[in-house]
Design a protein around this ligand. Structure first.
Ligand code: HEC
Ligand code: HEC
Length: 339
């Protein structure tokens, strides 16, 4: 029923000036890709005033194997100078990446806080390694111009990201793009096909396994569940060497492979533009081994007119023909590839 509806609306609305304008009234952003347990309430309640951040502990010293450093929670999550556990893992960070700029309006948090100093990032933000300088400059410019928003109004960190881009000078953009584009992508996500997944709860845009009496398994259904390999490493210490597991429905990787490499007769094969190895072609971004939540979110945002950057029209004829299942399968397959 839903598939028929999607096909019908895609046909009715088509595209205008190469930009997807289809409006899927009965359609909701897939909660698994946006980090929520269910769809956003309709209508959305008025936004609550931002709560003051809870003060973080500044006495207990945390450590990580192979790091000489020790940091408190307050230092680990310091918006203007977060922990750098392994300085040897990345080139020297420029000031905007290491510290952001507190005096800017809106303020710019250190890029390394969310994307980690090594750029590998987390499912709720983005992996910014393996991308070209031109691509990163274009995306920061798109964020700055309001061309990258999110389809789920509860996802506040996308608006934060756009605010940072608005405050960044051209020089900041160049320096940050030069830094992150110099870091090659390396494996970060393990894809596991499974009928059942650990029960999880969403927190801050990612899914954490339940513990104690609530822990257990449940059917995966039609979703991807991306969760830290080590919850404490990710949540407490923000360990930039501790990656993620993505549980995906059985068969989704193979179905995704067919769609991505052949286009299944309905879209141009993704490999035509993203490269035969899907590691990017010229400025077209890499997709191999990236967060399936991020990939799913971007495809949905482009499909629903919330990502409309200068280069997004190239993706318009693709996303206008993808249904929810295609998005999930493509994300599962792409995440499973060696970056
Ligand atoms: C508060 C967390 C946060 C901080 C700090 C942050 N970002 Fe982001 N960034 C995000 C989120 C969230 C997204 C993805 C938005 C989405 O999925 O809707 C993103 C996406 C991006 C992308 C797009 C990647 C792609 O593949 O298209 C780039 C590039 C980027 N950020 C660069 C930066 C730079 C440079 C800085 C520092 C000036 C920075 N970010 C600081 C949260 C953050
Ligand atoms: C005609 C060329 C073309 C084809 C075919 C194509 N893409 Fe893209 N894709 C692009 C370009 C260009 C961008 C950058 C868009 C932008 O800047 O907004 C992009 C961006 C993306 C992104 C966002 C990546 C990021 O870092 O944010 C995803 C995900 C993506 N494509 C997936 C796919 C999938 C899946 C397919 C096949 C079903 C596909 N693309 C086919 C050209 C293409």
């Amino acid at each position: 029923m839903r598939k028929l509806f999607l096909a019908a609306t895609a046909l009715t609305f088509g595209t205008v000036a190469g930009i997807a304008t289809a409006v899927y009234a009965a359609d909701v952003p897939p909660p698994w890709a946006y980090g929520f347990a269910g769809p956003p309430p309709n209508p959305m309640p008025p936004p609550a005033p931002p709560a003051a951040p809870a003060p973080l502990d500044n006495t207990v010293q945390h450590t990580l194997p192979g790091s000489k450093a020790t940091f408190t929670r307050a230092q680990i999550a310091n918006r203007y100078g977060p922990a750098d556990w392994y300085p040897e893992d990345h080139p020297p960070m420029p000031d905007i990446v290491a510290h952001g700029r507190e005096s800017a309006n809106p303020q710019i948090f250190a890029c390394g806080l969310c994307h980690y100093p090594n750029g590998k990032g987390r499912p709720e933000n983005a992996n910014v390694t393996g991308l070209t300088y031109e691509y990163i400059v274009q995306q920061l410019t798109d964020f700055k111009n309001g061309a990258r928003k999110t389809s789920d109004p509860r996802k506040g960190n996308t608006a934060l990201m756009a605010g940072f881009a608005r405050s960044m000078t051209d020089e900041d953009i160049r320096v940050a793009a030069k830094y992150f584009s110099s870091i090659p992508a390396t494996p970060w996500i393990k894809v596991v096909e499974s009928e059942t997944v650990p029960k999880t709860r969403p927190q801050g845009g990612i899914f954490l396994p339940l513990t104690g009496a609530d822990a257990g398994m449940e059917p995966i259904g039609e979703r991807i569940v991306e969760t830290p390999v080590n919850v404490e490493d990710t949540e407490i210490r923000r360990n930039p060497r501790s990656g993620f597991i993505a549980y995906v429905p059985p068969g989704s990787v193979k179905k995704g492979e067919a769609l991505v490499t052949t286009g299944n007769g309905k879209v141009t094969a993704c490999t035509v533009c993203h490269g035969v190895d899907l590691k990017g072609l010229g400025p077209v971004p890499t997709l191999a081994g990236r967060s399936p939540s991020y990939i799913g979110r971007q495809l949905y945002d482009m499909q629903h007119g919330n990502r409309t950057g200068t280069w997004t029209p190239l993706m318009a004829p693709i996303v206008s023909k993808l249904n929810e299942e295609d998005i999930l399968n493509a994300a599962a397959y792409l995440a499973s590839l060696q970056p």
